[in-house]
Design a protein around this ligand. Structure first.
Ligand code: 5GP
Length: 210
């Protein structure tokens, strides 16, 4: 029997290293699938359409909303970002744990629509490390870095809505922490009722001497 996968939402301050952590997680374990979002943001150097994001014009993005093709969408620092529905549904049915790397407004919408979703917030070891990583990345103008730091302050306000906080200091440790959380989530009673009921039925038969 193929059990449906878990929906995992991963958020974290811009510069917390979410992208690297997710890449390593899916490289290491086949049980995860990473959803690719649609965005109206311009591609950064090295980003490929259909790999990091599906890059869309505002008109195209609005059409996706109108056709109900997105599970959720949100505006973040002047651009739209949204999760395409089809891939997520297909992967969950195939038993894979689907990761949505999205910001907080989207995370809250997912929790509302899918109460079983596991919400994780990835943080750097300190604010100083975050600022240094953002500036060091060199892909953003100083204005954008400041806009992202301002947004990080706002996002810190919403952390209480998440289920888990994971610190990204050492990459491998962070990946293992996430995998362990998911393994525990999969062991929850509510996720194993079919198995428990089968054993109950069999026990009833055995107790009757069958
Ligand atoms: P970036 O421009 O740095 O790639 O992403 C900016 C923010 O948008 C990040 O916090 C990222 O997690 C978030 N994001 C990416 N895809 C989606 C999405 O499909 N929905 C929502 N709500 N946020 C997203």
């Amino acid at each position: 029997m193929n059990k449906e996968g878990l929906l995992i939402v991963v958020s974290g301050f811009s510069g917390a290293g979410k992208g690297t952590v997710m890449k390593r997680l899916i490289e290491k374990y086949q049980s995860y699938a990473l959803s690719i979002s649609a965005t109206t943001r311009a591609p950064r150097e090295g980003e490929v359409n259909g790999r990091e994001y599906f890059f869309k014009t505002v008109e195209e993005f609005k059409e996706m909303i109108a056709r109900d093709e997105l599970i959720e969408y949100a505006q973040y620092v002047n651009n739209f970002y949204g999760t395409p529905k089809h891939y997520v549904e297909e992967q969950l049915k195939a038993g894979r744990n689907v990761i949505l790397e999205i910001e907080i407004q989207g995370a809250l919408k997912i929790k509302e629509k899918f109460p079983d979703a596991v919400l994780m917030f990835i943080v750097p070891p300190s604010a100083k490390v975050l600022k240094e990583r953002l500036i060091g990345r060199g892909t953003e103008s100083l204005d954008v870095v400041h806009a992202r730091l301002k947004r990080a302050v706002e996002e810190a306000e919403g952390v209480e809505a998440y289920d888990y906080v994971v610190v990204n200091d050492d990459l491998e440790t962070c990946v293992e922490d996430i995998n362990e959380i998911i393994l525990s989530e999969q062991k929850k009673v509510a996720k194993n009722l079919t198995l428990i009921n089968n054993i109950r039925d069999e026990l009833k038969c055995f107790s009757k001497g069958e």
